[in-house]
Write a protein that binds this ligand. Structure first.
Ligand code: IMP
Ligand code: MG
Length: 172
């Protein structure tokens, strides 16, 4: 049986999410902010984050998949859902659950730049720097994590564990 070792509690996650929401609200005052959540992993972070943002925003999602059922990025990134709202001349913020190799984000940045946004920045709940393979710049990282595969709070392993309210290290 895989083992789940607690990494972040509900209270710790809440504090990170409210903290970054306040930073975003203050940095994007009087701008035209569109948050784009990367499906599926970021859907819970996104839904909590936007409820703590205090400025007018628009919300959309983009679908990307790179993992299959393994625990490392295949590097073969597929777009499964395109953004549905106008991004030209908007201030766009990509919302990710976790950045590992950075390949998914590099792909997303290149893809979203093609819509001509006014600015394009990145917010991630978790930043796993150890296996980074690109020099993608993360503007808002809530929490640095070490090696290991994490699940819960939207993060999955082979589509399981997304519903867990807290974050765990999965020991296979
Ligand atoms: P990257 O392309 O290697 O940076 O991987 C990014 C994507 O892989 C993230 O958006 C996650 O959806 C997924 N991912 C990376 N590390 C983990 C993890 O520890 N647990 C669950 N999903 C992960
Ligand atoms: Mg993701």
């Amino acid at each position: 049986m895989p083992e789940l070792i607690p990494v972040l509690t509900k209270n710790e996650i809440d504090a990170m999410v409210t903290g970054v929401a306040h930073r975003i609200s203050s940095d994007y005052q009087n701008r035209t902010l569109v948050l784009i959540g990367a499906l599926k992993g970021a859907f819970i972070f996104m839904s909590d984050l936007i409820r703590h943002i205090t400025i007018p925003i628009q919300v959309d999602f983009i679908g990307v998949s790179s993992y299959g059922s393994g625990t490392s990025s295949s590097g073969d990134i597929r777009l499964t859902k395109k953004p549905g709202i106008e991004l030209k001349d908007k201030d766009v913020l990509i919302v990710e659950d976790i950045v590992d190799t950075g390949l998914t984000l590099s792909y997303l940045v290149d893809y979203l730049e093609s819509f001509g946004p006014k600015s394009l920045k990145i917010c991630t709940l978790l930043d796993k720097q150890e296996r980074r393979m690109t020099d993608v710049k993360i503007d808002y990282a809530c929490h640095l994590v070490g090696k290991g595969f994490l699940v819960g709070y939207g993060l999955d392993h082979a589509e399981n564990y997304r519903h867990l309210p807290e974050i765990y290290h999965l020991k296979l």
